[in-house]
Design a protein around this ligand. Structure first.
Ligand SMILES: Cc1ncc(COP(=O)(O)O)c(C=O)c1O
Length: 400
């Protein structure tokens, strides 16, 4: 059997198609299904893109990334993430964090190796583990625990086949953020069993006070060879379409394998996109504060719109740009839906985007995710429409 036949087509992509069709037909749609930042790239990043294109920097480049960008990323990791990186050779530029995860799992997994993952989790993590012939092992995140990835739960899920602990902070879809203490405890679990850690930090800059982002890679320099940290320009620099991410690894065997995966999968990230990423890193980062403030505003509008609705319990996110809400029977009964999937489909038919729990794992079906990465105007206009759709009662004769 071809391994690809075991992967899904992606629930969110299917819902997006319904919305895009409606939009093309002139219908008003609210893009709350999508995690694509509405912001434009910073002027200095755009200048870098234009200069690179004008200078004809459009030829083949080294497949792990242009040296200038690898050096700048190394400086950034040391300055901002407190991750000590011995050399720029430890940095691998990838086609977004998605490709970094693909590459990381291809490098570290053998058939049947288990990877501990939080559930819910962004679907593509689990799919990439399967693609590398690994076995995802879900650890439930619970509302009562603010969706924290509990070190004791991770420990309880370990088996002799466990090879990797995967983590993601800030977390998609719940918006939970892991504290430095929790990361330290997760690292201890990994150490005790000599496990690898793959840390997805794509949302490092989308975080709300008083919460702070910490990189697990900064916590144990002596365990560094066992940690692979993954980052992205998509969310921090609103460069999602330019497809630049990166990972850092110091383990010689992983580095050798990464070279091979990159050569055989992409043979280097788009050169102009890499020069743009370099310009983004070299310019000042004052736009990040503005971006965070705008996201915080959107979060509050959307959270208020989702509050006080019977049968729906939204979590106030600490990071990322999603609101995760658990659903119960009273909401299903009121809307005439059998489950969260039907709620999402019903909302999509009304032009409102969302993503049902089942898109994020096997233990979280009675939930739904709303993204607030679209424009503030869209949130302001769409949040009340979403609220009334969720409050609406089914006409009596439609009840089952
Ligand atoms: C948790 C998480 N990791 C990684 C990514 C990948 O981002 P990109 O490939 O655009 O860098 C995403 C995208 O939504 C995400 O939600």
């Amino acid at each position: 059997m071809n391994i690809l036949d075991t992967l899904s087509f992606g629930k969110i992509v299917q819902l997006r198609e319904v919305l895009l069709k409606a939009q093309a037909a002139g219908k008003k749609v609210y893009r709350f299904e999508s995690g694509d930042p509405s912001f434009s790239i910073a002027p200095h990043a755009l200048a870098g893109l234009q200069a690179a294109a004008a200078a004809g920097k459009t030829h083949y480049i080294p497949n792990a990334g242009i040296p200038e960008l690898r050096r700048a990323i190394r400086d950034k990791l040391e300055r901002k993430n407190a991750i000590r990186v011995p050399s720029e050779e430890n940095i691998f530029v990838t086609n977004g964090a998605m490709h970094a995860l693909f590459a990381a799992f291809q490098c570290v997994l053998s058939e049947g190796d288990e990877v501990i993952v939080p559930d819910p989790m962004w679907t593509e993590v689990v799919e990439n583990i399967k693609l590398a012939r690994g076995v995802p092992v879900a650890v439930a995140l619970r509302a009562a625990n603010d969706y924290q990835y509990a070190p004791s739960d991770i420990e309880a899920a370990l088996t002799p086949r466990t090879r990797v602990i995967f983590l993601n902070t800030p977390h998609n879809p719940t918006g939970a953020v892991l504290s430095r203490e929790t990361l330290g405890e997760i690292l201890q679990v990994a150490r005790r069993r000599n496990l690898l850690v793959v840390s997805d930090e794509a949302y490092e800059d989308v975080i709300y006070e008083p919460h702070m982002h910490h990189s697990i890679g900064s916590l144990a320099p002596d365990y560094q060879d066992n940690v692979i940290s993954v980052f992205s320009f998509s969310k921090s620099h609103a460069m999602s379409g330019l497809r630049v991410g990166y990972l850092v690894s110091t383990a010689p065997q992983v580095m050798d394998r990464l070279q091979k995966v990159l050569r055989c999968s992409i043979n280097g990230v788009n050169s102009v996109a890499q020069w743009t990423a370099l310009a983004a890193l070299q310019g000042d980062e004052s736009h990040l504060a503005g971006m965070r403030a705008e996201y915080a505003k959107r979060r509050d509008i959307m959270f208020e719109a989702l509050s006080g609705i019977q049968g729906l319990r939204p979590f106030y996110p600490h990071g990322a740009f999603y609101i995760w809400a658990e659903l119960d029977r009273s909401l299903y009964a009121r809307l005439g839906c059998a489950n969260a999937d039907e709620v999402s489909s019903k909302l999509a038919s009304m032009g409102i985007g969302s993503a049902p729990g089942e898109a994020f794992g096997s233990l979280c079906h009675d939930a739904i995710r709303f993204a607030f990465s679209c424009s503030t105007e869209m949130i302001q206009e769409g949040a009340p429409v979403l609220r009334s759709a969720l409050l609406a009662s089914l006409p009596l004769r439609g009840r089952t």
